[in-house]
Ligand binder design. Sequence first.
Ligand code: FAD
Ligand code: MLT
Ligand code: ZN
Length: 481
Amino acid sequence: MYSPADFAQAPAAPHPELIRRLHAVVGDAGLITDTEAQAPYLTDWLGKWRGRTALVVRPRDTDETAAVIRICHETHTPVVAQGGNTGMSGGATPDASGAQVVLNMSRMNAIRAVDPINNTLTAEAGVLLAHVQQAALEVERFFPLSLGSEGSCTIGGNLATNAGGIAVLRYGNTRDLVLGIEAVLPDGRVWNGLRALRKDNTGYDLRHLFIGSEGTLGIITAAVLKLFPKPLGRATAWVGASSLESLIDLLSLLRARGGERLVAFEMMSDASLSLVLQHVVDTRAPLAGTHAFHALVELADTQQEGLDELLEQGLGAALESGLAEDVAVSRSQAQTAAFWKIREGISQAQVRAGKAIKHDIALPISSLADFARQADAALRAVQPDVNIINFGHLGDGNLHYNVLMPAGTTAEQLAAQTESLNRVVHDLVTHMGGSISAEHGIGQLRRDEMRHYKPALEFELMMRIKQALDPNHLMNPGKLL
Ligand code: FAD
Ligand code: MLT
Ligand code: ZN
């Protein structure tokens, strides 16, 4: 069995013969060799990583993908799968050697089937998430995966990272929304697991190996996705609270009253809100006063009847008991959109504000407030003037507990601080039974962190699976493992 060190070894740059063979498969439209045209494929959304490649290959269908991977297998060429390139962990960026081929899936963008009776939709890997959502609405159904990047991320990338987002509380992660998968294996064979079944106990459930595998086990080419009844009613509010504890109690209160109708419970600290107001145009504070923490809560149902009352009564009780300091219930679609614009603007605001050390952690919801208190104190003990940008999917126990560095911090200073600040946060998370990677994936950002914290047996099992499927370690080397 190979060790993680093997993944660091990069083979020589692609041979002209490889380029000729790949060109014969995908043609001019499927090959980008020009350095300038390649640029957007070689860096990530955050602008944190930059790689090189001789080739960006863009296959049009599963057969072309399989032929490309067969050639890469025969020539021992490493492959970096790429969807919308919106990932936050550097998983879709090639390394600096120039030897890795970038396999961009954006031309595989067909919706192959929609079955409103079975409540399923079959999409190719390169379909944008927003297009899947739209195709579901066109048959009066709903695909609930929803992320700030939904206009540019792809279904293949969503599956490969097991993306979370803002509706996990009600509908689960991407993993919970997938019934079947088609994938090209590292040797170029096609596994057709496109089953549209809700019950299928014929042995190991292989689809779950590929979900969350971040391009390290093969290329996802299509998936059968679950559809749900279309929510026709919606009630949204912004809540200001004095503490994280209060918001956690409010979450329990709204869940008890609303059950499955509570679809989103997003949290942001006052520092996170200030960042958005400062850096994202056309945003305004939803409440007049200052509050230490804010929540954006949303109820949804197949009908509007009773929803507004449910939300208003729940929030009324919260105001009375002091769980909420102030609330603004949305009275229009425009107001709802304005609330969500603030929430979804945090990523952009952070990029504009400067360099950050990003943490994407999960804990039992009951431990979140205790974690934040301890982590805040521990970080401030290491660096007193630290700006903590704490926000995230409170309803899922997932915090983006980020550390914004002072303006003017150089890349070297950032690198020097990252290890020690990661250790503070991730040691505490691990000690409290949490995860250091909730929804953004491991990529290259958290590869060493995962190695550091993962129990040895679990890591060994993962390496054995990797070896069984990709013995030449050509699939996204340097990522995840
Ligand atoms: P890419 O970035 O292209 O790739 C991500 C990983 O998947 C890489 O390892 C790549 O090799 C692999 N991959 C891509 N396609 C395939 C394929 N077909 N087969 C095999 N492997 C493949 N994420 C969340 O989970 N929740 C959020 O709320 C959220 N919000 C975001 C908001 C913003 C503004 C942005 C920019 C990002 C956000 N993300 C969020 C992160 C990101 O959008 C998701 O991780 C998304 O699932 C990535 O999809 P993509 O198509 O862009 O994948
Ligand atoms: C979010 O929830 O907004 C994201 O996952 C993106 C981020 O962490 O920046
Ligand atoms: Zn998130």
